[in-house]
Design a protein around this ligand. Structure first.
Ligand SMILES: Nc1ncnc2c1ncn2[C@@H]1O[C@H](COP(=O)(O)OP(=O)(O)OP(=O)(O)O)[C@@H](O)[C@H]1O
Ligand SMILES: [Mg+2]
Length: 254
């Protein structure tokens, strides 16, 4: 089943083609997106998630053209993401941060909050239950820490909360931009196993993961796509792309 497809996706920043004619497909799988610094990986995710508008080319999600959709529309269609730098609200509690991830699915309206408060209350309770389920997947201790401000939570758990918040609304596609940045080797592997286990849960989520650590990429991705200077230069299994001459040159600078 095809989940996302980009066709000749391109964006120009002045004279720079940060993403250049990229054809990319993902089905029910984990795809690693790799490439040297500045090769266009984050920009590619920004195009898919509607943050940047493509200069040319198309993005199709579940057979629908979403090239010109705004970020909130992309999100409500079922694409969630995390960012290269932490975007949690540090002064808010763990639970409040999690509930933000369900905002786009909220059904109760402002007038129901006034005239049918019990209905709103029920929706909130269901949402909290759902947040607990997802937090438990990553680290059950986070449920006990639900009222603590995120600023008091260690980095690895903050990264977990970010992913938990992204998936709590049950997206079909999850975009992860360097989810293990700043973690040590042991924490990185824990995190990758948490992410891998998401695919074993009842939620069928496809994942695009940007990652610099090749051990991580080889452990988690079924397929790898390599960007260099905005262009896709290779794709295949980790073994295939790591044998590829152009990929080796891009990484080692010849
Ligand atoms: N808003 C922007 N305006 C101008 N140039 C930009 C913009 N966003 C990205 N770029 C440029 O596009 C190129 C690709 O950047 P991008 O952040 O996508 O790289 P990356 O592969 O994610 O790198 P890294 O591994 O360092 O995160 C870089 O040359 C960057 O300077
Ligand atoms: Mg980046």
């Amino acid at each position: 089943m095809e989940v996302l497809r980009t066709e000749a996706l391109t964006i120009n920043f002045g004279g720079l083609k940060a993403v250049n004619e990229v054809d990319f497909v993902i089905g029910d799988e984990v795809v690693g997106l790799i490439g040297p610094n500045g090769s266009g990986k984050t920009t590619f995710l920004n195009l898919v998630s509607g943050i940047y508008r493509a200069t040319s080319g198309h993005v199709h999600f579940m057979q629908e053209d979403i090239t010109d959709c705004a970020p909130h529309e992309v999100r409500s269609k079922g694409i969630a993401r995390t960012f290269q730098t932490n975007r949690l609200c540090l002064n808010l509690s763990v639970l409040d941060n999690m509930l933000l991830g369900l905002h786009s699915r909220q059904k109760s309206t402002w007038w129901q909050a006034i005239f049918q408060p019990s209905r709103c209350q029920q929706e909130l309770e269901d949402n909290i239950e759902r947040c607990f389920e997802v937090l438990a997947h990553f680290n059950p201790e986070l449920i006990d820490k639900r009222y603590e401000p995120v600023s008091k939570i260690p980095l690895i758990d903050r990264r977990r909360i970010e992913i938990a918040r992204a998936i709590v609304g049950e997206p079909k596609l999850l975009l992860l931009d360097e989810p293990t940045a700043g973690l040590n080797t042991e924490e990185t592997m824990e995190m990758i196993d948490d992410i891998g286990r998401l695919r074993e849960s009842k939620m069928k989520v496809s994942i695009i993961i940007i990652e610099h650590d090749m051990a991580v990429i080889s452990r988690i991705s079924q397929r790898v796509v390599v960007l260099n200077a905005g262009r896709k230069i290779a794709e295949g299994t980790f073994e295939e792309v790591s044998q590829n001459e152009e990929v080796r040159t891009a990484y080692l600078g010849g």
